[in-house]
Structures are given as C-alpha cells and as structure tokens.
Design a binder for this molecule. Structure first.
Ligand code: GLN
Length: 450
C-alpha cells in the first residue's frame, strides 16, 4: 500500500487520475491487516485498489465527477466496494470519471482532466479513465469501473490494461450512482487477466438489494485460466460489421496479429454478421439518455450534495441547484432524454429504440450460436489528443460503435491489450464477447492470448 501511495504521489502531478486519496485510512487498514496476518478466506488480502467515483463509499466523499454532488458523503458502501473491503483489499481512493459516467475521454469531469500515462497529451479514454490510468500508472493493482456503453473496455484499451464488463446482472448495482440503469454494470480494470478473474470472483454474486442482480452461483474464474490445450477446438466469430470502414489501419493490424496468434493456438476463426450494428449508436443514445434524464431527476438540491444558496422559493432552488450543479454534457443528455420520452415523441423514439434493441440482442444470440466467442476491436482508434473532440460531441459518440451494442444486449465483454498501434504508438485492445454469464470462457481465452 505504501509503495502504491508513493507511486501515486510521483505520477499524479502528470496524470491526475484520482479525485480523492485516503492515504491515512489506507495505511491504517494495511496495518490492521498486517497485524491480523494473512487470511486464506480473504482473496484480496492487502491488495491496494482504487474505485471509480461513481461508486458509493461509506464515509468517503462520492461525487460522480459532478459539482452537484460536491461534498456528498454516502452512509453506506456500494455492494461491490463492500465485497472488496471484506476480501481484504485496501482502498486507496476514488478515481476520476466523466460527469455521471457520460463521456469517452474523462474530459467531462467537473473537477479535472485525467491524462493517459502512456502519453500525457492523450486522453485515457472514459468514462472510467481515472480507473484505467491509475492501473496503467502502477498506482494500484486493480480498480473498479462502470460500463454503460463501453466505459470499462474503452479506457482499458486506451491505457493498455485488462477490463471486463460483466453480463448484466452478474454484479450488483447497489450503491452505484445510476446513469442508464438497464445498461450499467460494474467491473474490474487490472494489469492482467488473472487479476481480473480474481477481482470478478469477489464482486460477482447475488444481492437482494438489486432486483436485477442474478441469483445464479458464481463460476470459478481462476480455474478457467488453466486451459492447457491453448485454444484448440474453439470457434471464434469475427463480426463483419466490426472490421469495416472507420477502423484505423493500426488498430486493424494489431487485432489481426492477435487473431493470427489465436489461430496458431488452435482456434478456428469464422465470419459472422450483426446486421443491425449500424443502428446501435442511435439506439443506445436514445435509451441511455432517456434513462439518464429519469435517473438524474433525483438531484434537486434538497436530498444530496450541493444546494444553491440564497434562493427565494422551491422552484428557484431546483432551477439554480441543477443549472449550477450539472455540466454541459449532462444537461444536453437530460434534455434529449426528456424529449425522447415526452408524449408525442415516445413512440417515434423511445419505443422504436427499445424494439431495435431487441433485434440487436437477437442477432448477438444468433451469432453466438455459431461460435464460442466473438472477437472485435474495442475502439476503431487509439487514444486521441486531449481536447480534440471538445467541439463536436457527436464525433465522440461515433467512437463507441464497437462497445455499446454489447450493453444493449446485456452480454459480457473483455478488453485485452494486444500491443501498440504502429502509427500512434498507443495501446490497442481486442474485445472478446461471450454469451450471457460466459465470463469464465472469456477470461480463459484472454489468458491464453495474453
Ligand atoms: N461513451 C458512452 C456514453 O457517453 C459510454 C459511457 C459509459 O459506458 N458510461 O454514454
């Protein structure tokens, strides 16, 4: 824990991954664990971790990267955080993110911009960019992120670490500050596939406080890593639509090299098709913004966080608290979300998106019937220059093409580092996509390819 805190002190001035560091609390907890001695029932005994600031931490300020939650201190831990603590992990602090997890570069945080440890002129990806940067910079051994449309996998890919979005329902969302409730999942960002398996084993599992959390038993993820026979007998599907226009040559080359390795290890590669991929971005942004506008209605200046001072009446309290508390991107999404849900537009936008979502899911299931897992790039590009997407949010939305359809389908996805792009010299991630609750298989394939 001390070594990680020292590393943090040395790297934070350049990368700004952390919103809050609790050095005293972490060292006290580490001493407590030392005094008690190693405990085999604690799978993460003494492991220093960071957590995205969208997850509630008891007694530790939690802002979701927003001014409207300035100074908000939860009175309970998120389920996943509680599980980490009980497993013996040492929580070092809270990692930066795009405000309410809305973004792909961690540039929408109300507090600071995080930089990519590989090249500080570049974004770390987002929205879990602080988590990815803290892992990549060696500030911790694992971090928890959240993924609504790619926010674990894309920053993992931009920062060269491993990131897993579990199946919807595998990890409880209790204590997660909601963005799009039907899409959000919590998952690990780590330095290796093995570490990812060990953290997932701790945070997965049933929690009656999240009605969408699945009761089925948790697989033995660590056991899934020892395949022995490479990838023999495994069919990997390549969705044609994920290798088309828009994919940069350097990302394609790095993914092709990894796929060639998979073939050498005995995997059979087959082409599959996901014809509605084209509609995924529009579908996702309608559904995510609709859910966001509803979820964010609770921030009224009364119940949590920041309240506008010197107001004359209740209406002014709402208006000023929300106008001053939310950033530009969040306001844009609340307005668009309220619009697609409003009477007269609901059928044309929201209902239609929900129908297309079903088609996208069915296509995934059909593709996964033909193979054991799908392989695709995580992002069509490597990390971009800080500020280069500031003027055009649509440009950033388009970059999510390969990640967000998975959230619409509720399926698990693993982002695996597969080397550096030949042009940018920045990390590239390969995405492994599996059937619902197929995390063990994805981790096994990822470990073999690592
Ligand atoms: N970039 C996507 C968005 O802005 C995904 C964010 C996420 O997964 N939290 O909605």
């Amino acid at each position: 824990a001390r070594a990680c805190l020292e590393r943090m002190e040395a790297t934070e001035p350049r990368i700004a991954a952390m919103l809050r560091v609790d050095a005293d609390g972490a060292l006290a907890r580490a001493r407590e664990l030392d005094a008690a001695g190693p405990d085999p029932s604690q799978a993460l005994w003494g492991v220093p971790v960071t957590v995205k600031d969208a997850l509630s931490t008891k007694g530790m300020t939690t802002t979701a990267g927003s001014r409207i939650l300035e100074g908000f201190t939860p009175i309970y831990d998120a389920f996943a955080v509680e599980k980490l603590r009980r497993a013996g992990a040492v929580l070092l602090g809270k990692a930066n993110l795009d405000e309410f997890a809305m973004g792909s570069g961690t540039e929408n945080s109300a507090y600071q911009k995080t930089r990519n440890p590989w090249n500080t002129a570049k974004v770390p990806g987002g929205s879990s960019g602080g988590s990815a940067a803290s892992v990549a910079a060696g500030q911790c051994f694992a971090s928890l992120g959240t993924d609504t449309g790619g926010s674990i996998r894309q920053p993992a890919s931009f920062c060269g670490c491993v990131g897993l979005k579990p199946t919807y329902g595998r990890v409880s969302r209790y204590g997660l500050i909601a963005y799009g409730s039907s899409l959000d999942q919590i998952g690990p960002l780590t330095r290796s596939v093995e570490d990812c398996a060990r953290v997932l084993a701790v945070i997965a599992g049933h929690d009656p406080r999240d009605a969408t959390c699945d009761p089925r038993p948790v697989d033995d993820y660590a056991a899934a890593l020892t395949r022995g026979d490479g990838l023999k007998g495994l069919r990997l599907g390549l969705p044609r639509e994920f290798f088309g226009d828009g994919l940069t040559p350097e990302v394609r080359a790095a993914c092709d090299a990894a796929l060639a390795r998979a073939r050498e290890l005995g995997a059979e590669l087959v082409e599959v098709s996901l014809p509605h991929t084209e509609a995924a971005i529009a579908t996702y942004y309608i559904i995510a913004m609709a859910e966001a506008s509803s979820n964010l209605a609770r921030f009224d200046g009364v119940r949590y966080g920041r309240r506008a001072p010197d107001v004359k009446n209740l209406e002014e309290l709402y208006v000023r608290s929300r106008s001053e508390g939310f950033g530009q991107e969040v306001k844009r999404r609340i307005m668009l979300g309220a619009y697609v849900l409003s009477s007269g537009y609901y059928d044309a936008y929201y209902r239609k998106a929900a129908q297309v979502r079903r088609l996208i899911r069915d296509e995934y299931l059909a593709a996964l019937d033909q193979c054991d897992a799908l392989c695709a790039p995580v992002s069509p590009v490597t990390a971009w220059d800080l500020g280069s997407h500031a003027a055009d949010p649509l440009q950033a939305y388009l970059m999510d093409a390969y990640t967000l359809s998975l959230n619409l389908a509720g399926l698990p996805g693993l982002s695996l580092p597969v080397g550096l792009g030949a042009d940018s010299n920045m990390p590239v991630g390969l995405q492994l996509i599996g059937p619902a609750f197929g995390e063990a298989r994805l981790l096994g394939v990822g470990h073999a390819l690592e």
